[in-house]
Structures are given as C-alpha cells and as structure tokens.
Design a binder for this molecule. Structure first.
Ligand code: GAR
Length: 208
C-alpha cells in the first residue's frame, strides 16, 4: 500500500479528486496518510477533515526562517512515512533538501502543457492568463516528477484541453481542472502505486 502525503495551499479540488478516486477504486494500492498545507485557511484542510484524513498546517510564518520551515516540512513528511509526496496545488517551492530525500518520489500537477507556461512565476491563475495572452488554441495539464528545477522534472502524463473564444482565466482554469487535472493526477498516482512507472534518462516509461 503506497502511503501518500498530499501537499496543498488552497481549495483542494485535486486533493478531492484523489480521495474520490481512492474511494471509487480508480486508484488502487494507495492511501492518503496526511494532508499538509502551508496556509491555515486552505479549504483543502476542511476536505481532509471531512474525509477523516489527518490534516496539518505548516506555515512559514511559524518559523524563524525558510530553512526552519523546510526542516519542519521534511520532519512532517518523514513522520508520515509517506512513500510518495503529491503536490496538489502546493504553491511553495520545494527545496533541494526535500527533493533529495524523495528522488522521483514527488509528483506535481501543473495546469499547462509543459514546457509551455511553466517555471518561476507561473502558478494558479497566472498560467491561464499567460495562455490566453499568447492566444494558444490548446492548453492542458501535466503531471511530472519534481526535480530541483521549477517544473523541469520527468513528465508522467499530459492531457490537452481546448481554449474557447471568450474564455476568461477563471473559465479556462475550471475547464483544465475538470477535463485534465482531476483525470491525470489520480491516473498517475494509480500507475505509481501499481509499479507501472520507470524513470530512465530523465524520461518516464509506462508499462501496460
Ligand atoms: C490547480 O490548478 C493546480 O494545477 C495549480 O493550482 C491549482 C490548485 O487547485 N498548481 C500550480 O499552479 C502549481 N504550479 P486546487 O487547490 O483546487 O487543487
């Protein structure tokens, strides 16, 4: 049974998709051990509570500096004995100390087709603002392993989503979530939980 630590910052719809997929059997051999938020007001923590899952807030404000915050985060991850760390809308950069502690054991959902609209400064609605500003006709979402760069790790799954005339960043964000994020994040977790994924030369290979 793969133990998951799910890291969140906001609404937690991706967390909800994971919890629902475990309940429905779309994800097998995995269990959410803990939900960790950097933001005490994150609705994701309420979702965890409603589901009977342990929720913890580790806010940078509680610590004297960034290093102490990172240590506390790593300490909580270790205490949970998580096998896989899932960044489900976690809008905090993961430091090298945590990446090195979990090599190819941290996955992130990003709301674009990487390598478009990703990297430093592209998170949440800003990603969709960028896509609309550029006028792309297709966008989507990507699940990838986390390395020490920003959105640069091996790509596990991607799904394309149409951009429509009249889209606002909010409308596009919702479509990308519904059609792509809530689909491919649970799928990727299921593949990892069932040992279907290998990483070689920075690329992901999926066994049928
Ligand atoms: C999601 O769209 C996720 O892809 C994005 O934040 C949102 C969180 O929503 N993540 C990033 O932009 C990471 N760079 P949620 O809290 O409802 O799951």
């Amino acid at each position: 049974m793969l133990k998951l630590a799910v890291l969140v910052s906001g609404g937690g719809t991706n967390l909800q998709a994971i919890l629902d997929a475990i309940d429905s059997g779309a994800i097998t051999n995995a269990k959410v051990e803990v939900v960790i938020s950097n933001n005490p007001g994150a609705y994701a923590l309420t979702r965890a509570k409603n589901h009977g899952v342990k929720g913890v807030c580790i806010s940078p404000r509680q610590y004297r500096d960034r290093e102490a915050f990172h240590e506390a985060l790593l300490g909580e991850l270790r205490a949970s004995q998580a096998d896989l760390v899932v960044l489900a809308g976690f809008l905090v950069a993961i430091p090298p100390s945590i990446v090195e502690a979990y090599p190819n054991r941290i996955v992130n959902i990003h709301p674009s087709l990487i390598p478009s609209f990703c990297g430093v400064g592209y998170y949440g609605l800003k990603v969709h603002e960028g896509a609309l500003q550029r006028g792309v006709k297709v966008t989507g979402a990507t699940v990838h392993f986390v390395d020490t760069g920003t959105d640069t790790g091996p790509i596990i799954l991607q799904k394309a989503v149409e951009v429509k005339e009249g889209d606002t960043p909010e409308i596009l964000q919702r479509r990308v979530m519904e059609q792509a994020e809530w689909v491919i994040l649970p799928q990727a977790i299921d593949l990892i939980a069932n040992d279907k994924i290998t990483v070689k030369d920075g690329k992901v290979w999926i066994r049928a």
